[in-house]
Design a protein around this ligand. Structure first.
Ligand code: SF4
Length: 332
C-alpha cells in the first residue's frame, strides 16, 4: 500500500531529507546553541525539503540541559547524563531515543536520505564516543542511538554525518547516492510488480557511474541481471538495489573516473579526428594527475557525444548525476 506521503514526494521534484535540527541553525543543543551547516542550510535547501528533527528535545529534554553521553553498561549501550549529581538515579535515555527514530520514519516514510550531526550520542552515524564502566578507555566506535534506529529501519537509505560532508568527494558521493535511491523509490512506487525489463532499463543509465565507484559492484550487477539462476524478479530486485547502493558507497577517485572516461572514449573511435582524440586524452590525463577538476574532461567529452549515433552514451547519468547548480564536480 503506497502512503499519501510517498505519493506526494514522488510528485515533487525535490529531495526529502531528514536532518539533525541543530544543523539547520535551530538552537536545540545542550548549551542552547546550534551547529548550522552552510552546505545544508544554504545550498541543499534549494533543491531539497529538509525535515529537521532533534531527538533529545523530542523525548522531552529541556534546552539548555546537561550534556549526555553513551555508556557501554552491562552489554548494552545506554545514554546517560555526562556528569550525574551524587545520589542521582541513573536514567537511560536510549530506549526513548530509539523509539523516536521509529516514530520519525513512520511519519516520514518517503525520505530520500538523512544527514546527522557528527559526534552526538544521539545523532552521530559513525565514530561516536562510548564510555565504559570497567575503567577501560572510551572508544570511538559508537553510533548515535537515534541514528542507529533510523539506519536499521532504512538500511539502503543514504545517510551521512554533516562533518564528513565538508569533504568534497564525500559530499558528491552523498548526492549521487541520494539520486539513485530516490530514482529506485519512484520506480517501485510506479509499479505494482517489477519486471526484468524494469531492472535493466533502470540500471542502463547508471552503468558508467557505477563503474567509477566500484568495479566489484559493477561486475556483480552484471551477473545478477544475467540471472543465470533464474531467481524470481522480486528477490532479484532486492539483491540488485542492495548491491547497487553498496557499490555507490565506495568513493570514486581520479583513477577510477579516468578509467571510465577512457572507456567512454572508446565509443568515439570512428567519430573523432586524431587531433580531437589527442586533446581529449590530454584532458583526461591532466584530470588524472590532479591538475584540473573532473568537470573539465567531462564538459569536453559531453560536447563530442552528440556526434555519436544512438543515445546510449548521452543518456548516462555519469554526465550529471546531481544538480549542476551545486557545482560539485568542479571541486573533485
Ligand atoms: S545533535 Fe541531534 S540531539 Fe543533539 S542537538 Fe543536534 S539534533 Fe538535537
Amino acid at each position: 500500500m503506497k502512503s499519501q506521503q510517498s505519493t506526494a514526494n514522488a510528485q515533487s521534484e525535490r529531495f526529502k531529507i531528514g536532518i539533525s535540527a541543530c544543523l539547520m541553525g535551530h538552537e536545540v543543543r545542550f548549551n542552547a546553541g546550534h551547529k548550522r551547516h552552510g552546505f545544508c542550510a544554504d545550498q541543499l535547501v534549494n533543491i531539497a525539503n529538509l525535515v529537521p528533527m532533534c531527538p533529545e528535545v523530542a523525548i522531552g529534554l529541556p534546552t539548555p540541559r546537561p550534556a549526555i553521553r553513551q555508556v557501554h553498561r552491562d552489554d548494552v549501550i545506554a545514554v546517560e547524563w555526562s556528569k550525574p549529581k551524587a545520589g542521582d538515579e541513573v536514567v537511560d535515555f536510549a530506549p526513548a531515543l530509539a523509539a523516536k527514530a521509529s516514530e520519525f520514519l513512520a511519519a516520514h516514510d518517503d525520505l530520500d536520505g538523512y544527514i546527522f550531526m557528527n559526534d552526538s550520542p544521539s545523532c552521530g552515524s559513525v565514530n561516536v564516543k562510548t564510555y565504559r564502566t570497567n575503567g577501560y578507555q572510551a572508544t570511538r566506535k559508537g553510533v548515535g542511538v537515534y541514528a542507529a534506529g533510523i539506519m536499521a529501519a532504512a538500511p539502503l537509505m543514504p545517510v551521512e554525518d554533516a562533518g564528513r560532508l565538508n569533504d568534497p568527494v564525500i559530499r558528491e558521493n552523498f548526492m549521487v547516492r541520494l539520486g539513485v535511491y530516490r530514482a529506485w523509490r519512484l520506480l517501485k512506487l510506479s509499479r505494482e510488480t517489477l519486471t526484468m525489463g524494469d531492472l535493466i532499463r533502470f540500471y542502463s543509465p547508471y552503468k558508467y557511474l557505477l563503474m567509477a565507484h566500484s568495479q566489484t559492484a559493477y561486475k556483480a550487477v552484471g551477473r545478477l541481471l544475467a540471472n543465470h539462476d533464474r531467481k524470481p524478479v522480486n528477490i532479484l530486485a532486492d539483491e540488485f538495489i542492495a548491491v547497487l547502493m553498496d557499490g555507490f558507497k565506495v568513493l570514486a577517485n581520479r583513477k577510477s573516473h579516468s578509467n571510465v572516461l577512457l572507456h567512454m572514449l572508446g565509443y568515439f573511435k570512428k567519430h573523432l579526428s586524431q587531433d580531437d582524440r589527442q586533446e581529449m586524452l590530454s584532458h583526461i590525463d591532466q584530470y588524472r594527475l590532479g591538475i584540473t577538476p573532473l568537470v573539465t574532461p567531462l564538459v569536453l567529452m559531453k560536447h563530442h557525444v552528440k556526434r555519436l549515433p544512438g543515445n546510449y552514451l548521452s543518456e548516462q547519468k555519469y554526465w550529471q548525476p546531481h544538480d549542476a547548480g551545486l557545482g560539485l564536480r568542479s571541486a573533485i
